[in-house]
Design a protein around this ligand. Sequence first.
Ligand SMILES: C[S@@+](CC[C@H](N)C(=O)[O-])C[C@H]1O[C@@H](n2cnc3c(N)ncnc32)[C@H](O)[C@@H]1O
Length: 252
Amino acid sequence: VGIKYELAPLQPRLALHEALAVLGVGDLHPGGSVATDFLLRELDKAAPSRVLEIGAGIGCTTRRLLERGWQVTAIEPNPILRAALENRSAVRAYPGTFETFDAVEPFDAVIAESVFYRLDLPHAFARARRLLRPGGLLALVDMVWTDAASADATAALTAQSERTFGIPIASFERLTWAGWRRELSSAGFAEVAAKRVGSWGSRDPRRWWRMLRNGTRHPRALAQYLSYRAATRIDSVPNGWLESWMSVWRRI
Ligand SMILES: C[S@@+](CC[C@H](N)C(=O)[O-])C[C@H]1O[C@@H](n2cnc3c(N)ncnc32)[C@H](O)[C@@H]1O
């Protein structure tokens, strides 16, 4: 597999998701707000009152959860994203990682958008199960490898994407959606709904204006973001090696 881009000599200071956060751009997960709508439609049916959001980013989904009148606990370990989240809302996020988070009372629902793919899945799903009440829901959307991906290449491609963008594109291990499903089932979850994500999500046309407006105050973030855009124009992962899934699971 040829990796066709290198950003050197420009040494990134802000990772891609950090530059976007500074520019006011969130919903950094496959399917964007359309995928979130799919997940929230399922959570709405269960009318949860206590919800845990893992890796809340700048808080686009946090706001949607709060607007429903739900009590939200947000976890956001990245100081740049957490500052953006806290500037935009009254929420005070837990500043550690999911792996270090604990709660006395169980949650009715847990949501994580583009977060689990970076974690050790058996441990993360077991922790999510422990934090949920019986019958509670787990909602997630992530990019995963397909059967077409070569197991020898996924670790190198993931490491390369992390070096280039400051955030990995997918799991290091070649875990396919069938593998994710198996991990979720063996952690004690039953599938409620699952759908392949059709595209990365429609772009809000106001996004560019917001980025430019914020970019005048934060030119370094804008310059950094533009350098990342130049890198993304060249595909590094062969077509058909990645796909994304959104799904909701019930704690058995
Ligand atoms: C791709 S971003 C997605 C952010 C947000 N969920 C969204 O969709 O816009 C991944 C997020 O997961 C957070 N994250 C990474 N490792 C984490 C961990 N171990 N525990 C909790 N959050 C983590 C990052 O700081 C970041 O906010």
